[in-house]
Design a binder for this molecule. Sequence first.
Ligand SMILES: [Zn+2]
Length: 231
Amino acid sequence: MDVVAVFLFMVQMPPLFPLVVSHFHSSEYAGKMEVYAGVEQDCFSTEPTDIYDYVIGSTHYVYKDGLYHTVDESEEKTNAIVREFFGGDFLKYAAAYFEAEAQVVAKTKPDIIGHFDLISKFNERNKYFDMDEKAYRFLALEAMEELLGTGVPFEINTGAMYRGLRTEPYPSYGLLKELQKRGGEIVLSSDSHDCNSIGFAFGEVAQACREFGFRYTKIWTPEGMKEIPLD
Ligand SMILES: [Zn+2]
């Protein structure tokens, strides 16, 4: 029988980690399913990550006026934050986000860079800012360049597509093209919070990646990251 590998990740719930893994090891799936537990470590978190098998490093907050402001909680919350702390200027908000994102590898030492442009979550059809505009792209690409230097692959995350918020993954297709040109590597991920979302839109996203010139996606293994052809 084939052994299936399952990748779990948790947002800062260390006490649950040994419980979940030991449950699988003693269950009917023992010997049939490999379970690896990782953590999505926020850029601003200082919690230790040593007990996890792998780490996804992500930015969920912008830091302004001594406070951490959530990026992905809701459209209303994002609007209120931009209005109250960035004078209504989404570009200034983007600058604060990508300033943090540029440091996500240095801060979290991840195996994978999570949802690079989470800031686009509520911006379908450029509702609040133009993602093709030069000034926005400059901020995003500056952070991308910084992260490319670390050699850590970028997650292609279809979570917002599954939730009906976006028609493109993180990073957006415009940024993915730039990532490919600059030699960046990718890991397909659905950021699943339920069973139905596992692998959501992987077909269309993999096809887009092939068209942009990507030849493989990486996967995490206990022996290190491995390449899987996209063809
Ligand atoms: Zn996240």
